[in-house]
Design a binder for this molecule. Structure first.
Ligand SMILES: NC(=O)c1ccc[n+]([C@@H]2O[C@H](COP(=O)([O-])OP(=O)(O)OC[C@H]3O[C@@H](n4cnc5c(N)ncnc54)[C@H](O)[C@@H]3O)[C@@H](O)[C@H]2O)c1
Length: 248
């Protein structure tokens, strides 16, 4: 028995990185998983299915979360193929290079892309997911912010602080349908993918209470709490999973 047996989980931004890891863990815990990404997800979906002990039902879907039509097509496909949706992980996000784009000279294309994917993309997926979840009166949505949400000095931090604030509004609107909406704010996780991109990686770890980078497992542990029935009374919250970033 897996903790997510029978559940259908959609993870956006699952072609690579943390999203791909979450897909693997959910499948290993019994879920059917839809890996949605603007990049090709065929390889990731095959790998996730192969790594799952029960041969989980996995589907890779080409989805651009910034496009209403694309997200609505995803929801239709999920209904047709799986008949239900239980969990949405709003993981698709742009971050590489964004923290360097400070406000005064932030290029329009970086500003627009950051808001489009990180904020509008999460909103679009929320809008498409809640009606599907409402059909069964139960659902879980987890938005993904960042430790950078405390920074008001770049496009990335600003979009992520909006994701946290939006989580509270989403929770209020989705609650009557039996759907909780929470947010995980990771510290720097999966060093190969993230830390190696940072010039100040050592300084970031030094600022953590727990002196290491995070792992996708650390973040998934928080997700499992929020997405199981035991999390039924937790909504509108931001859970910082960051080794105590900034407290040291
Ligand atoms: N890696 C970290 O240390 C870290 C820390 C804090 C927060 N986060 C957040 O976690 C999430 C995942 O981070 P990651 O490091 O795995 O990122 P990543 O860049 O490795 O992967 C992000 C994925 O999102 C996809 N994506 C981008 N635009 C999309 C769109 N329009 N529609 C659909 N998919 C799209 C990309 O194709 C990619 O596969 C992001 O939201 C990021 O901001 C990551």
């Amino acid at each position: 028995m897996g903790i997510f047996d029978e559940r259908v989980v959609v993870i956006t931004g699952a072609a690579r990185g943390l999203g791909r890891d979450y897909a693997r863990y959910f499948a290993q815990d019994g879920a059917s998983v839809v890996l949605a990404d603007v990049k090709d997800t065929a390889a990731a979906a095959a790998e996730v299915a192969a790594a799952s002990p029960s041969g989980a039902h996995c589907r890779g879907l080409a989805v651009d979360v910034t496009s209403r039509a694309s997200v609505e097509a995803m929801a239709r496909q999920v209904r047709e193929e799986f008949g239900r949706l239980d969990v949405l992980i709003n993981n698709a996000g742009l971050w590489r290079g964004l923290a360097d784009a400070k406000l005064l000279n932030c290029p329009d294309e970086i500003w627009d892309a950051a808001w489009g994917v990180n904020v509008t993309g999460s909103l679009r997926c929320f809008q498409a997911a809640v009606p599907l979840m409402a059909e069964r009166g139960w659902g879980r949505i987890v938005n993904i912010s960042s430790m950078a949400s405390r920074s008001g000095s770049d496009a990335y931090g600003l979009t992520k602080s909006t994701v946290e604030n939006m989580t509270r509004g989403m929770a209020k609107e989705a609650g009557p349908f039996g759907v909780t909406v929470n947010c995980i704010a990771p510290g720097i996780s999966a060093f190969e993918a993230a830390g190696s991109q940072l010039a100040n990686a050592d300084a970031v770890v030094a600022g953590n209470v727990i002196k290491r980078f995070g792992t996708s497992r650390d973040l998934y542990a928080a997700m499992t709490y929020l997405c199981q029935p035991s999390g039924d009374w937790v909504t509108g919250q931001v859970l910082r999973v960051d080794g105590g970033a900034g407290l040291a």
